[in-house]
Design a protein around this ligand. Sequence first.
Ligand code: TRP
Length: 331
Amino acid sequence: MGEIVCSGIRPTGNLHLGNYFGALRNFVKMQDEHQCFFFIADYHSLTTHPTPGDLYGNARQILVQYLAAGLDPDKATIYFQSDLPETAELYLFLNMNAYLGELERVTSFKDKVRQQPNNVNAGLLTYPTLMAADIIIHKATKVPVGKDQEQHLEMTRTFANRFNNMYNCEVFPLPQAYNFGHELVKIPGLDGSGKMGKSEGEMNAIFLNDEPGAIKKKIMKAKTDLGPTQMNQTKPVEIENLFTLMKVVSTPDTVAHFDDLYNRCEIRYGDMKKQLVEDMVAFTAPFRERIAELSANEDYLRRVMDQGKEKAHESARKTLDEVRHVIGYRR
Ligand code: TRP
């Protein structure tokens, strides 16, 4: 069935509308067309030394939110990276042929050295070999990642190709980026500047599990200007952003109505925001409800985790048997 797709998800808190219209919604589409492996990168988490008490909870929270958004454990293989220790074994093999010079040149590594100068551990340095192991352990051919991960993917190809050459075999295909292209809808934040993101402050993003009260508070506080002074004038970015959000959650008629008022200089931002709150609450309600339901159902989550673990293990075991054989292990 189609390509073998693999992607890792960092367990970093709650998902917002930007995440949903970015990768998430496309993962949900891909699971119908390809053989997909989606895992929660809870080995990679260790590079920043998380508290043991948080590790499972954070991974579980991300699982819940992906399931709530439509990832289907019967279609895709959804698992925790730490449930697949074969990954660590392949990581070890790949590290034997990964060189200090090339690892030190990786942009994300250099960023981390700057961000956490007191914790420049070997896991950070070898982040790209672990990521390569994640991908090639399933012989993935496509990896849906953003621009920031392209260098890692390039290194994955380098390591896979190096392994094939070294052992004169073709165990690993060379994975390519899966580009969503025009399907990506960029969601702006509420602070009137760039895209929606958590790092810009909690008030900048609408999370899929936000309560109606929180949504109202954030939208009513969103940045606006003093209003248009000329008919049909161009909208400043913060107003354009509100319209973009409205296009995503409201009907075309509603958007046209406020656009018209804007163009006639009769818009009242308070009214527009009230409408946006109402439509945003309606749009996010199913996610919020599913998240609450799933969170309360530990039995179901455990079944999903076990199922994913088993399917991922089956795929990984096959690859590792081949790998161990070509390396020369005979037991
Ligand atoms: N590095 C990725 C990120 O920061 C997460 C990740 C880990 C990943 N392993 C992967 C993504 C394998 C794709 C494939 O988002």
